[in-house]
Design a protein around this ligand. Structure first.
Ligand SMILES: *[C@@H]1O[C@H](CO)[C@@H](O)[C@H](O)[C@H]1NC(C)=O
Ligand SMILES: *[C@@H]1O[C@H](CO)[C@@H](O)[C@H](O)[C@H]1NC(C)=O
Ligand SMILES: *[C@@H]1O[C@H](CO)[C@@H](O)[C@H](O)[C@H]1NC(C)=O
Ligand SMILES: *[C@@H]1O[C@H](CO)[C@@H](O)[C@H](O)[C@H]1NC(C)=O
Ligand SMILES: *[C@@H]1O[C@H](CO)[C@@H](O)[C@H](O)[C@H]1NC(C)=O
Ligand SMILES: *[C@@H]1O[C@H](CO)[C@@H](O)[C@H](O)[C@H]1NC(C)=O
Length: 468
């Protein structure tokens, strides 16, 4: 029990951690020598591609279809169809109009632009990169489904019903509202609204779903713990019949909750961009055995493991650390974070405010093998997306069981071939953990939204079979 309480009371700090920190970077050397290899590789890829384009039209029409047919209408290749509720705009778009007060710690206005991808990040060398906020997933998911080939406008034919409520943004705008009635009001209205809709009764809500960019703790207020700003949306009984997609599910009580990836910074609209990036991270030179990106939490008992991990990194000559302290400005620039991870073999994913980290997805995106210290940072969260055998793509170090385990020694024990094997798996995972640019409908690869909708659909079919 202490564990649950322990986590519930501080999840709202997640924003402070990322939004309000002083710059305190350890110096980073530039990656010049490796750039040459990259340029060389990119160029050869382009030449190869042009070659295909000119000489082998039959072959490209298949795997690289997404690249060529971005503008042609794509067809649904799965056996579900998703209907989007036309909600009154107070449940979604109206919230965005007041974007400066959506989050009590950060001005969200720059982050809600470009369908939630945020401002472009051209330093990364292509138009597929954006400074995406970690807790904005619901906007991107909405935009993706709007443009999805399996979307239907015909509710009678639909097998899935998406309720596009921007519940995460709404929750964070009300963290400081002391009156529970007021804090919960919009969520209560939403639930009343969807229950009244024509098709609700057909399956008692089991074919409905919502998607939120924040953790489950923000929607599960209980009397057992001191108030930290959460509302009661996920505790309401009609919602218990629905499916809820979230970046962090409640590991014990989230029977209807499903983990979806945190959005990272890469939002390609074509397969070619994806392949180019996968090749780039495959050929990176990785001089550092491991790295840590994040902030220490000195003086707080609850983050003992985090402090131990940071201390071990600081004391190891093989660990690269990008640390930031408390303070008013943004801590990590995306480019700096990615540069550290791209130069490391292993990236430490130590829990902090809550179990999960956006950094897990940044790490996989850069081909850096994630090292976990809790089963709930990924294994019990993202089962739709990650291989069922965690040893194929990650390392687990149980520091809570034995404080004396040396991270460096554990990592050095892993044979080089195994490191290579894990890294290959990590790089293969990139497409399905990526949120593709919602401006397109045909990418040539299955992204996080494609995977989530298919898995959700299969889950809902089995639920309906079980109850019919
Ligand atoms: C889609 O196909 C899967 C099997 O591949 C099946 O279990 C599921 O019920 C089907 N879903 C729908 C909505 O027909
Ligand atoms: C989508 O956006 C990307 C980059 O932001 C751009 O290169 C591409 O042309 C856009 N595609 C469409 C179909 O608008
Ligand atoms: C909370 O707000 C509601 C609705 O505005 C109001 O009726 C109620 O009296 C308020 N409760 C407290 C304790 O102020
Ligand atoms: C939830 O599902 C149960 C079982 O099918 C049903 O009895 C109940 O009425 C549903 N709740 C709502 C609010 O529809
Ligand atoms: C994590 O999961 C593994 C495999 O299921 C299990 O052996 C281990 O005891 C778990 N660790 C904790 C701390 O729950
Ligand atoms: C804890 O880890 C250390 C270092 O690997 C090892 O020497 C020690 O035997 C372990 N203790 C237990 C109880 O497993």
């Amino acid at each position: 029990m202490w564990r649950k309480i322990h986590f519930k009371i501080f999840t709202k700090e997640k924003d402070e951690e990322y939004g309000l920190r002083k710059k305190e970077f350890t110096s980073l050397k530039e990656i010049q020598p490796h750039l040459k290899i990259l340029v060389l590789f990119t160029t050869s890829f382009m030449i190869w591609f042009l070659f295909l384009l000119v000489f082998s039209p039959k072959r490209i029409s298949n795997p690289i279809r997404g690249f060529l047919s971005t503008h042609s209408p794509a067809e649904c290749r799965d056996n579900y169809s998703v209907y989007i509720y036309n909600l009154p705009s107070k449940f979604n778009f109206d919230l965005l109009e007041d974007c400066s007060s959506l989050n009590i710690y950060t001005d969200m206005c720059p982050h809600v632009t470009n369908n939630g991808m945020g401002k472009p990040l051209p330093e990364m060398g292509s138009s597929s990169w954006y400074t995406t906020h970690q807790l904005i997933g619901e906007l991107i998911v909405h935009a993706r489904i709007e443009n999805h080939p399996c979307r239907t406008e015909n509710a009678e034919k639909a097998t899935l019903f998406y309720v596009p409520f921007y519940g995460g943004l709404h929750a964070s705008s009300k963290f400081r509202e002391p009156n529970y009635t007021i804090r919960d009001a919009l969520a209560v209205e939403l639930v009343e609204y969807i229950e009244e809709q024509k098709w609700w009764k057909r399956n008692n809500g089991r074919d409905r779903f919502m998607a939120f960019g924040r953790t489950a703790w923000d929607f599960m207020r209980t009397d057992e713990v001191p108030d930290f700003g959460a509302n009661k949306l996920l505790n309401m009984s009609p919602v218990q019949n629905m499916s809820v997609l979230l970046v962090e599910r409640h590991p014990w009580e989230g029977h209807n909750q499903h983990g979806i990836p945190y959005p990272s910074y890469f939002h390609p609209s074509a397969l070619s961009e994806m392949i180019e990036w996968q090749d780039r991270v495959s050929y990176m030179d990785r001089p550092h055995l491991f790295s840590f990106v994040g902030a220490p939490r000195t003086g707080k008992k609850k983050v003992v493991t985090r402090d131990r991990v940071i201390k071990q990194c600081e004391e190891s000559s093989k660990c690269l650390i990008l640390k930031c302290g408390k303070g008013p400005s943004k801590c990590h620039k995306p480019r700096q974070v990615l540069n550290v991870m791209m130069r490391s073999n292993f990236c430490l994913q130590v829990l902090g405010d809550s179990y999960t980290r956006r950094s897990t997805f940044d790490s996989i995106l850069t081909g850096c093998i994630p090292v976990f210290f809790s089963n709930h940072t990924a294994y019990s969260q993202y089962q739709w997306f990650l291989p069922s055998d965690p040893t194929t793509y990650s390392v687990y170090i149980d520091l809570e069981r034995n404080h004396s385990i040396g991270i460096e020694e554990e990592l050095l024990k892993i044979p080089m071939e195994e490191v290579e094997r894990k890294r290959r798996t990590v790089i293969e995972l990139i497409p399905k953990l990526t949120y593709a640019n919602p401006n397109s409908t045909s990418y040539g690869f299955r992204d996080a939204v494609d995977v989530a909708l298919k898995a959700l659909s299969d889950h809902v079919s089995s639920l309906l079979k079980a109850t019919s």
